[in-house]
Design a protein around this ligand. Sequence first.
Ligand SMILES: NC(=O)c1ccc[n+]([C@@H]2O[C@H](COP(=O)([O-])OP(=O)(O)OC[C@H]3O[C@@H](n4cnc5c(N)ncnc54)[C@H](O)[C@@H]3O)[C@@H](O)[C@H]2O)c1
Length: 269
Amino acid sequence: MKKDPRLTGQSALVTGANSGIGKGVALALGNEGANVAVNYVSRPDDAQAVVDEIKANGGNAIALAADVSNEAQVQEMFRKMIEAFGTIDILINNAGLQKDSSFQDMSLADWQLVLNVNLTGQFLCAREAVREFLRRGIVPERSKAAGKIICMSSVHEVIPWGGHVNYATSKGGVMMLMKSMAQELAPKKIRVNSIGPGAIQTPINKAAWDTPQALESLLTLIPYQRIGQPEDIGNLAAWLCSDEADYITGTTIFMDGGMTLYPGFSTNG
Ligand SMILES: NC(=O)c1ccc[n+]([C@@H]2O[C@H](COP(=O)([O-])OP(=O)(O)OC[C@H]3O[C@@H](n4cnc5c(N)ncnc54)[C@H](O)[C@@H]3O)[C@@H](O)[C@H]2O)c1
């Protein structure tokens, strides 16, 4: 754990935390002194490994199974989290997936799966978290806010993405979900923000970085000329849900090495 942890005594749920960005965020929050619930829908051993790593770093963690798109499973997960830690102070709405295809070949099932997990899953988890934030209110020794939610969005909340229409649509929806919640809940001292990652090296986008040719092509989209790491997002998430960021609500922070700067225009147009 860090020497001056910023989230001591707070409890955080990170969805999809047995892999990639969610794992990076769970480890970062654990290092800041938060009790961390590591959600997973498959591969329980990977979730347990994240729990073990947080504990080895001097933190406190549990693993909780739930499909974030299933209302009953989400409610049961929150019940178990509150039973274990007493409450929830921080929700990281991270779980997500892709089911790519050309638009004309996209099945209704693949459209619905992506919207159900990436958008409805964020709604279901946020609603349960907000209910608990409102029930409990502010605990000044822990945080200035009654609760914090970070939605894992994407650069594709603003960059259209052919071949991934269901995914880009889900992230565009996450942007309005986040902003509308933030507007409604700010008077209750609940902060809601998004992180918009660019290309982060995780299993979801392996095809984009696992050969030198793929990586070279990817880097043409990244002015800063490196692929991001889950720790980059973990560091940002830890700060964004700490009181150092207490005046930030309703915004997306892009962490993308400049991907949203339209790099194609640096030598053209
Ligand atoms: N890697 C990137 O470049 C990148 C860029 C922008 C946004 N994101 C977003 O970051 C988030 C994490 O992605 P990642 O890159 O770490 O990929 P990943 O595949 O490593 O992790 C996704 C996690 O979500 C979980 N998950 C999927 N469906 C679930 C469900 N129904 N219920 C609970 N958990 C479920 C997976 O099991 C996994 O743990 C996603 O929302 C993704 O859209 C990633």
